[in-house]
Write a new protein. Structure first.
Length: 122
């Protein structure tokens, strides 16, 4: 059938699942972090699928590639915040592990789409 919308992209769907995971995880952070770390994590997580969608809607591979790189940067930001949550003792490793796995899965998909899109730009 093919991709008719950014919502058909597996990487966008994975980004949405990651975002939901992050929102749920941050609900358990200390109240003192709701406007700090929780807010930053949520923004970065939401940026992953949002930039995929925006880049796809531009309908030019060069712009899509640029937005995929931004999405990848946001993904790295999410991973950094997850490590910070662990180091600060806010979230146990066993609760973080599925989210780390989701970031890894999403990252692999993003890298694959970046490589494919990058080739078509050349």
């Amino acid at each position: 059938m093919g991709v008719r919308s950014y919502k058909d992209l597996k990487v966008w769907q994975a980004g949405i699942r990651l975002c939901v995971d992050v929102y749920r995880l941050t609900e358990g952070l200390p109240k003192s972090e709701q406007f700090g770390l929780a807010s930053q994590m949520r923004r970065a997580a939401a940026s992953v699928p949002a930039n995929i969608a925006e880049g796809y809607q531009r309908q030019h591979d060069k712009e899509l590639c640029q937005f995929l790189y931004i999405s990848s940067g946001s993904l790295a930001e999410v991973e950094t915040y997850l490590h910070l949550c662990e180091q600060l003792g806010y979230v146990r490793r066993d609760l973080l592990e599925p989210v780390f796995m989701r970031t890894c899965e999403t990252g692999k998909m993003l890298n694959g789409l970046i490589a494919k899109t990058h080739e078509s730009v050349r």
